[in-house]
Design a protein around this ligand. Structure first.
Ligand code: NDP
Ligand code: 2IT
Length: 454
């Protein structure tokens, strides 16, 4: 009886909070979703810890410190003027300088960047490193643009962004549509305007301050996180069949690490569909994918033609039988029906390489079926963690070896797993969503309390 009452009170608390948030931030659906997922874990915790309630810490954490929106004008190869929107959401710098990626994709809007910035605050807190949360980017679409067009766009974008960032202020990095090419163009422009050679962006080239393992870190870290979840249950990735979505940075290095731990990957995708390779993606086939996606910037359907496997247009890979799912493309790519199908097919674990790839309804299907569910803010934190280590190396003006950085990545992923276990264990099931949300919250919230009302 009392449990039912508490439950009702909790869901009423969330409903009230989210309905107020929706009124104040109309139309920002992805932001509403991200806050709701965190509120479901954190509001009941706050009820038990009134110091956070009195100081309105969660209310404060859902309002960004500031939002910068700007015009980006550049000239295409035909000499025609083009106009895009640039964004940087500096969400929270309680525990360190703002830190988070830049996304270039035509679908983005303010709500996308607010959801990503909000998530980043909790993720960065979980890494154990001193980083606040931010996100930004543009509705610029790099697809079909020449290198020179991408360069001119990146230079125009940085010509405004430079005044809002700095090595001790806000340190952007890559995300969808922003890889080493774009980071290099932006770093070059920052240095040209400012005349400062500092660690103002991460994901830089190795010759100019980049960290070894940063390129691999998100995918590798996600696989380490899933290995930790499985080990905690006395199991491992070895011999498991995995379904991976996406074929960009995160997907590629997820595949590489799954193979090195003895698992098998049978799918990859992009925005036009997925390939199913029942005999498994090998390291040689992965080399083809890296060249296809990073150099030629082609479509994943070419994999099917090259290796004689099937291509399924306009759908995600979730109908394919697997033990482990690694959604590594974009938000909301696993909806309720996909989650049901995965569970029905025997999926035992999910590692979210992408940010918020599972809808709230999808998550509840997984938790209802006791699937090990590694939420993005925990499972994909390896990328920003190594960004944090790139900042440390830049400050010290030295570089750690591959082995040193990868060892630190493993330790950080283990630490994040432990924090989730500490705050999310419920009987014999670890609720990693709850664990990650509460652990990420406490560090930022306690710091905000220490600062007083600001
Ligand atoms: P990339 O740009 O390298 O690759 C993105 C991949 O996802 C491509 O295969 C792309 O297909 C696909 N994709 C993008 N948008 C959509 C869409 N709307 N529908 C279907 N497929 C889509 O990006 P990353 O690999 O860096 O990022 C992937 C995810 O991981 C994102 O959610 C990002 O936020 C997250 N992430 C990235 C980190 C990093 O360090 N890079 C760190 C932590 C999280 P196509 O080529 O057709 O566009
Ligand atoms: O979502 C993410 O964590 C990233 N895109 C990486 C951010 C970073 O600063 O490395």
């Amino acid at each position: 009886m009392s449990t039912t009452l508490t439950k009702k009170t909790n869901s009423a608390l969330v409903e009230e909070f989210v309905s107020d948030l929706k009124k104040k931030n109309p139309g920002e659906n992805e932001f509403h979703q991200a806050v709701q997922e965190v509120a479901e874990s954190v509001l009941p915790f706050i009820e038990e810890n009134p110091k956070y309630k009195i100081a309105k810490i969660f209310e404060r954490m859902t309002v960004p410190d500031r939002i910068v929106i700007f015009r980006v004008c550049w000239e295409d190869d035909n000499g025609v003027a083009q106009v895009n929107r640039g964004y940087r959401i500096q969400f929270n710098n309680a525990i360190g300088p703002y830190k988070g990626g830049l996304r270039f994709h035509p679908s983005v809007n303010l709500g996308t960047f607010k959801f990503l910035g909000f998530e980043q605050v909790f993720k960065n807190s979980l890494t154990t490193l001193p980083m606040g949360g931010a996100k930004g980017g543009s509705d610029f679409d790099p697809k079909g643009k020449t290198d020179n067009e991408v360069m001119r766009f990146c230079q125009a974008f940085m010509t405004e962004l430079y005044r809002h960032i700095g090595a001790d202020v806000d340190v952007p990095a890559g995300d969808i549509g922003v890889g080493s090419r774009e980071v290099s163009y932006m770093f070059g422009q920052y240095k040209r305007i400012n005349n400062h050679f500092t660690g103002v962006l991460t994901g830089k080239g190795i010759n100019f301050g980049g960290s070894l393992i940063r390129t691999e870190a998100t995918g590798y870290g996600c696989v380490y996180f899933v290995e930790e979840m499985l080990n905690h249950r006395g199991d491992s990735i070895k011999g498991k069949t995995c379904v991976v979505s996406g074929s960009g940075n995160v997907a590629q290095y997820t595949v590489e690490k799954v193979l090195s731990l003895g698992g098998k990957v049978v799918t990859l995708s992009d925005s036009s569909g997925f390939i199913y390779d029942p005999s498994g993606v090998t390291l040689e086939k992965l080399e083809f994918v890296k060249e296809l996606k990073d150099v030629r910037r082609g479509r994943i359907s070419e994999y099917a033609e090259k290796f004689g496997v099937e291509f399924f247009p306009n759908q995600g890979p979730w109908s394919i039988r697997c033990d482990i799912a690694f959604p590594s493309a974009t938000q909301n790519e696993i909806v309720e029906e996909d989650a049901r199908q995965l569970v029905k097919n025997g999926c035992i674990a999910v590692g979210e390489g992408a940010n918020m790839p599972t809808t709230i309804e999808g998550i509840s299907i997984f938790s209802g079926a006791k699937v090990l569910f590694g939420p993005s803010k925990a499972a994909n934190a390896g990328g920003v963690a190594i960004s944090g280590l790139e900042m440390s190396q830049n400050s010290m003006r030295l570089r750690w070896t591959r082995e040193e950085v990868e060892e630190k990545l493993k330790t950080i992923m283990k630490d994040i797993h432990n924090q989730c276990v500490e705050h999310g264990t419920d009987g014999d099931y670890v609720d990693y969503v709850k664990g990650a949300n509460i652990a990420g919250f406490i560090k930022v919230a306690d710091t905000m309390l220490a600062y007083g009302i600001i």
